[in-house]
Design a protein around this ligand. Structure first.
Ligand code: NG6
Ligand code: CA
Length: 507
């Protein structure tokens, strides 16, 4: 009798506790590559180079064939990843200039703030490109806030914009480290003095020439977008960025190894200027673009090594993704076009960076959680915008009604559960909210153009611009390369998708 009573009590306590503890709190590491295309890694079909570490991750986890980022440029994808809301709903969410103020306002619910509520230590290391500072822009010599720390991150170690933009300094929490007050940092849009050397006036001194834009202030033999002076003691070498991201990520994971942590490892590879560390230069036949992919792959390997060393591989969900599709010539003469050979950066898809063809947003997407995720390949549609709702669901954090408006809980699909579904539709954006969109709905894909120009339709050529009708419709189940506009054959489908797109945009 007594035993029975105890057994019953234990059962009740067990049920109650398991209920209370049903939220799962693995460490979460999101590794986002920059400008990496669907076909740029060997587990997605690349044959001209090898990415053994990313392949290993895919082998141990789920490799998504319908994994997306939400825009074909950086700032809107990152905005959506963090806020769970389409970038076209926000202000100034197009590609951010060097002196952009913070784009995500303090108080906005983000992946980081949600996970912080769930008890996570939260950190971001690497490319930010979401602006810093109040309406006047960043105070480079003072406190750089608001920034990541005001939207849920406990700590940050950043490349403030993107490395083809000025300035080449890091940001640690609210400050530029190693800044000498006697040599203040000035960042601006206009030449600071008539004799200021630029990529135009001192072109013959450059170690990598520019092809379009990118001809203002020179640092480390590379001319950039925008002007700056001062801050010399704080400046970095482009070649050292990847090592720094690995060092700072390791520090963060080690410091928080005994509590759940969320690390957003935001790589700058393989964005221009592609200037990998000397030890990676020449590693591929594809020039610095290929070498930067190998450097990125090395970073992924280093993160995995650290998780193994800290015995955290079975306690950590790793997500690998990209912020937009590929581009070959993005403003520097780094040989990407000449050395491309038979490499297909966007895999089987058309378009790439800046475009709403599949190549712009369908990108490598892998999840791994050893012991929890059954390895495999998934055709479910998932997007970086879904991380907010999915990770909130996993950690049992309620989503406020006015937050993460476009993020779906696809946690089951992300964890590779057999019958779990991904999303059934997705709006694909190009840059800002200029009115060019793609809508994928099941097997159908609608394009809507504002300017009637499909930018960068062919990534293997330099900024190929093609005239297109305002609307196009493709059947991805038969035509994944979006070559055959079938709008005239399926007017009702096109009308339905146009209505669906309008409803989402105007919502
Ligand atoms: C474009 C730049 C391009 C790149 C892009 C942002 C020119 C001519 N082109 O304006 O080089 O910096 O912005 O890329 O300046 S992203 O991946 O950060 O969105
Ligand atoms: Ca990018």
């Amino acid at each position: 009798m007594k035993t029975n009573f105890c057994t019953l009590l234990a059962l009740i306590i067990g049920v109650l506790t398991s209920h209370r503890c049903s939220a799962e709190t693995p460490n979460i590491v999101v590794i986002m590559a920059d400008d990496l295309g669907y076909g740029d890694v060997s587990c997605y079909g690349a044959t001209e180079l090898q990415t053994p570490h990313i392949d290993q991750l895919a082998k141990e986890g789920v490799r998504f064939t319908n994994g997306y980022c939400s825009a074909s440029t950086c700032t809107p994808t990152r905005y959506s990843l963090l806020t769970g809301t389409y970038a076209f709903r926000g202000e100034r969410t197009g590609i951010a200039p060097p002196n952009s103020p913070a784009i995500i306002q303090p108080g906005t619910e983000t992946v980081a703030s949600l996970l912080k509520k769930a008890g996570y230590a939260t950190g971001v290391v690497g490319k930010w490109h979401l602006g810093l500072g109040g309406p006047g822009g960043p105070d480079w010599n003072g406190d750089l806030k608001p920034g990541p720390l005001e939207i849920g991150f406990d700590t940050c170690f950043l490349l403030p914009t993107t490395n083809d933009r000025v300035p080449q300094v890091y940001v640690h929490d609210h400050r530029v480290p190693n800044l000498d007050p006697a040599d203040p940092l000035w960042v601006g849009q206009k030449k600071p003095s008539p004799d200021h050397p630029t990529g135009k006036t001192h072109r013959d001194t450059l170690k990598m020439d520019w092809s379009h834009g990118h001809n203002s202030t020179i640092h480390n033999g590379i001319s950039r977008i925008g002007f700056y002076t001062g801050g010399h003691a704080a400046r970095f070498r482009d070649e050292d960025l990847a090592d720094k991201w690995v060092e700072k990520s390791n520090e963060f994971m080690e410091a928080h190894k005994d509590e759940p942590f969320f690390l957003f490892f935001s790589s700058h590879d393989i964005h221009v200027p592609r200037m990998p560390h000397e030890r990676f230069q020449g590693k591929t036949k594809l020039g610095f673009r290929g070498d930067a992919i190998v450097e990125l792959d090395w970073c992924v390997g280093e993160v995995m090594k650290t998780l193994d060393r800290l015995s955290l591989a079975e306690k950590t969900l790793v997500v690998f993704c990209s912020d937009n599709g590929p581009v070959l010539d993005d403003g520097y003469k780094d040989g990407a076009i000449e050395k491309n050979g038979s490499h297909r950066a966007a895999g089987p898809f058309s378009g790439g960076k800046y475009s709403v063809y599949e190549g712009g947003t369908r990108t490598p997407f892998v999840t791994r959680w050893i012991g929890r995720i059954k390895p495999g390949v998934s055709d479910e549609m998932v997007c970086t915008i879904d991380l907010a709702a999915s990770l909130a669901a996993l950690t049992k954090q309620p989503l406020p009604n006015d937050a993460c408006l476009d993020s779906f809980d696809v946690s089951g699909a992300l964890l590779g559960q057999a019958s779990a579904k991904g999303r059934d539709h997705l709006v694909q954006q190009d840059n800002g909210s200029r009115g060019t969109f793609g809508l994928r709905s099941g097997k159908w894909k609608l394009h809507r153009y504002q300017n009637k120009t499909a930018r960068n339709v062919r990534v293997e050529q330099e900024l190929a611009n093609t005239k297109v009708p305002m609307h196009q419709l493709f059947d991805l189940s038969e035509d994944e390369a979006e070559k055959q506009n079938v709008l005239d054959e399926h007017p009702q489908v096109a009308a339905r998708l146009q209505k669906q797109l309008d409803a989402i945009i105007e919502n």
